[in-house]
Design a protein around this ligand. Structure first.
Ligand code: INI
Length: 153
């Protein structure tokens, strides 16, 4: 019996981080968490590219352009979609999550989903470096593990 799983080792893997500028304060904190995680796992800065997009809706397009280049071992998507008074939230959140998973499967590249989808700004703050941790850090850790796993299977 063989059990194959990824290690938390970045080796020479290359990572792209896509971060949306909408709710920029949250996105910036998620980005700092993701960078901290990559660096603490010995990823060098030259192996990290950061791509900024206007909102979460634009993340799948950017992910697809990056995946096409076949230059990265994993992509980390960061942003915050916060519920408002209209159904807009659902369209943006669904498009981002469905689009990201489609790109991952179509281009065979691990993509970590670090896009917060919350009911209010407080929940987003809690998840971007305060009492519920930093989901950017968590997404980067997932990307590290999955990039290593993808090299093995
Ligand atoms: N984009 C976000 O990233 N988060 C949001 O909360 C959000 N809301 O609520 O509107 C949001 N909208 C913008 C959207 O992502 C696109 O940038 C815009 O529709 C232009 O295509």
């Amino acid at each position: 019996m063989n059990i194959i799983e990824g290690n938390f080792s970045t080796s020479n893997n290359k990572f792209a981080i896509i971060v949306s500028r909408f709710n920029e304060f949250i996105g910036q904190n998620l980005l700092e968490g993701a960078l901290d995680c990559l660096k603490k796992h010995n990823c060098s800065e030259e192996n990290i590219d950061i791509i900024k997009v206007p909102g979460a809706f634009e993340i799948p397009f950017a992910a697809q352009k990056l995946a096409e280049q076949k230059k990265y071992n994993a992509i980390i998507c960061l942003g915050a979609v916060i519920r408002g008074a209209t159904p807009h939230f659902d369209f943006v959140a669904n498009s981002a999550s469905n689009g990201i998973s489609q790109v991952s499967l179509k281009y065979n590249i691990p993509i970590a989903f670090g896009v917060l989808t919350t009911d209010n700004i407080e929940q987003a703050i809690e998840r971007s470096g305060t009492k519920s941790g930093n989901k950017g850090w968590d997404a980067a850790l997932t990307a590290i593990e999955m990039a290593d796993l993808a090299n093995k299977i």
